[in-house]
Structure formats: C-alpha cells, structure tokens
Design a protein around this ligand. Structure first.
Ligand SMILES: Cc1ncc(COP(=O)(O)O)c(C=O)c1O
Length: 387
C-alpha cells in the first residue's frame, strides 16, 4: 500500500473545459474567472467573490485594501500556516500572535481580548482544517473595538457556522485552491465580501490597480486606450486556465464536501476505539469542511510531557510511513519558526497550546476516492499499534 495524505482528483469535466481557454487563446483573467466567481458566490451565499493567485495574496490584498500598514497590529493565531502571519508582515504591520484552544485548534477567544491595543486594526481568525472559528465571540470583540475581521478560510470550503458559510462574517474571507485543499486549481485563491465597494477595490487592486480589466477593455468600444490606475495594486490575477478547473469542480461542490465528511465519519468511528488519539472537534452548530482530519496524539499525557509525546508521535509517524501510510503534523506554529523566533525572540513555550499542537498533532490521509481497502488497512494498522 502507498496511501498519500491528499490526492488531487480531476475528472472529464475539467479535461473538457480546460481546452476552451487554450483554444480561444484568452488565458488570463477573463470569462472563466467570472464564471468561477459566480459559482463561488452561489455556493457560499456571499455577495461578491474575487479570484486571485492564491490565499496568501488574498490575505495580503485584503490587508492592503483595508489600509493596514506600518505601526498597525493584526492579531493572528500562533498555530497556523506561516502565510497568515507573513501577509501581515509584508505590509510593515506586526502579526501579534494569539494562542489557540487545544480542543478546536482555533484561536482562543479568551486570550484574544487581552491582546487588543490602540494599534490593533484587524483580527485574522483561521478556520483551521475546515472548522469555523468562534465567529460570534470574535465579531463581538471586533465590533466593540472597531477593528476589521479578515477570515483566513484557506481550509474553509464547506465550513459553516450556524449554517452560514465561512468567509461571510468578516470584511473579507480568503480561500485557497492549493492541491491539499478540497477545491484545487493548482495554485489559486478567492476573496469573498458582502461589501460591494470593497469588492470593486479588490478587483482593481488584484490587477495592478486598473480601473478596467483587460478583458472588459478588449470587449469595450475603445480597446486601444489604457485605463487609469487609481490604486497601488499588484499582479494577483488568476488565469482563465485555472478558473476553468475551479469552475468544473464547483459543479460537484456538494459531492466533494459530502465525500470528505463521509471519510471523516469513518475515522471518527475508528478513533472511538483508540484511546490515545483525540478526535477533531464536532458540534451541531459547526459544519466541518474536513480539509484535513487532525488528531492530537496521546492527549492525556500531553500537558507536562510535550517533548516525550512529540517523540512518540514522530515514532508513530515513521512507523506509518514505513507501512505506506502518509501522515503530517496538523500544521506548524509561527512562533517556532526561525524567522519569527529571531525577529521577536519567541520561546517555544510562549504559546503553550500552539507548541503542543505543532509537536503532537497528526493528520491522516483524507481525499475523495480513498478506497475501502485502503481505509481498512489504515484502521487495522492503527488498531494494532502499541507504543
Ligand atoms: C491556514 C492557511 N492560511 C493560508 C494558506 C496559504 O494558502 P496558499 O498556499 O493558497 O497561498 C494556507 C495554505 O496551506 C493555510 O493552510
């Protein structure tokens, strides 16, 4: 057996559609980007969707469009992919780290309140692994302090909080279409917002700050004249080749989500029998997207023995790798990475739960098309493991 952690699944519908931009020759942001954006709006119920080159640029563009820059602080969870913090630091603002809740792996709202200062301009909650952050509490804190919310919904496809899709709570929501995500265009991202003015600004700024896109200009009556550029923008455009792939996948969006949840249910049943793994948090008010299925290893022993549990987890991961089963840590912790450590002088234990999560979390293979015999093999291997 050789079971990867994730697998991209492309079907005839992607193969048929991708030929169209190649044949017409219009391969940059154009009609397929519009189509993909419209389908994303329909699926999420959010008014505007703006396709970009990836989720990191979606976050960066959101921060820039909201005017966040030097001297400002933005609160981000310490246990997240480094891109969440990097996007803040690109603009000369400070990424202020907030520890997480070990049950959900999401930002700890009790900690969050304490980190707000006069310089705080925004909070970036991350819906990690497809579980929504506690948006009611976060909204309350943001409203009371007059600060923006930018949702890092990189893993958030199919994730709902009280029936509302993530990406609909903040000023913007930022999604990723990297190959480890449920919808993938190779690289790619989407910004969602219910604010029409902000959407127009984001559309302009993703395209160097142009007031009219290339495609609109070509279709207009004066294609030979260039537009004005009212903003300092970037080239964060998605190509029509990527968007054709995304648009095809959105035709089976519900099926993709259902299949991920079905596999997560199978893991839940299995892990009910394994006392040394903590299952992902689930609750009726949260619809999990299951971008990843992430457990905590040996949770009983974790608190004062993080280093030894980390060694046990790594041994387990190596054992599984040798059996042909891929695993990964859930993600890493920003404060443990050399760049942030040397810039801000962090110690591993400064954000204790994030340290534990980075050291002792484990993600198992989850992708549509995971076969029954593959899952049974994973189940038997886990059940028979003695550490
Ligand atoms: C939580 C989180 N934020 C941001 C990103 C960055 O996404 P992208 O690779 O599309 O830039 C990722 C990617 O894995 C992520 O997991």
């Amino acid at each position: 057996m050789n079971i990867p952690i994730a697998k991209t699944v492309f079907t005839d519908s992607e193969f048929e559609k991708i030929i169209i931009p190649l044949k017409t020759g219009w391969v940059v942001q154009g009609p397929f980007v519009r189509e993909f954006e419209q389908k994303w709006c329909n699926y999420t119920g959010i008014k505007n969707s703006v396709a970009v080159s990836n989720c990191t640029t979606a976050l960066h563009l959101s921060l820039s469009a909201l005017g966040i820059g030097p001297g400002d602080e933005v609160i981000v969870p310490s246990f997240t992919w480094v891109a969440t913090a990097n996007a803040v630091e690109y603009n000369g603002a400070k990424a202020v780290l907030c520890d997480i809740d070990l049950d959900t792996f999401n930002i700890d709202v009790l900690n969050l309140q304490k980190l707000i200062t006069k310089k705080t301009k925004a909070i970036i909650p991350v819906h990690l692994f497809g579980l929504s952050a506690e948006m009611n509490e976060i909204n309350k804190i943001a409203n009371e302090n007059n600060i923006f919310i930018i949702e890092d919904a990189a893993c958030g496809f199919g994730s709902r909080y009280f029936d509302k899709h993530v990406g609909s709570f903040g000023a913007t929501g930022c999604f990723s279409f990297h190959p480890r995500k449920a919808i993938t265009t190779g690289e790619g991202g989407m910004i969602t917002t219910n604010n029409d003015d902000l959407a127009a600004k984001l559309r302009s700024m993703r395209d160097h700050g142009a007031s009219v896109s290339d495609h609109q200009r070509h279709l207009g009556n004066k294609p030979y004249l260039l537009p004005d550029f009212p903003y300092l923008g970037y080239n964060y455009r998605m190509t029509d080749i990527q968007a054709s792939i995304g648009s095809s996948q959105m035709e089976r969006a519900n099926k993709i989500h259902e299949e991920r949840v079905k596999i997560a249910d199978m893991y839940d049943n299995l892990i009910n029998e394994i006392s040394w793994l903590q299952k992902p948090f689930r609750n009726k008010n949260y619809t999990h997207g299951f971008q990843s299925y992430v457990c905590l290893f040996n949770p009983e022993k974790i608190k004062n023995n993080t280093e030894s549990v980390n060694a046990q987890r790594n041994k387990f991961m190596e054992f599984l790798q040798n059996k042909g089963i891929s695993t990964r840590p859930g993600t890493h912790s920003v404060h443990m990475l050399s760049y942030y450590k040397s810039k801000y002088g962090y110690k591993n234990t400064d954000y204790i739960n994030s340290y534990i999560a980075a050291s002792c979390s484990i993600a198992f293979p989850l992708f549509p098309g995971l076969k029954e015999d593959e899952f049974n093999y994973i189940a038997e291997t886990l059940k028979n493991y003695n550490f």
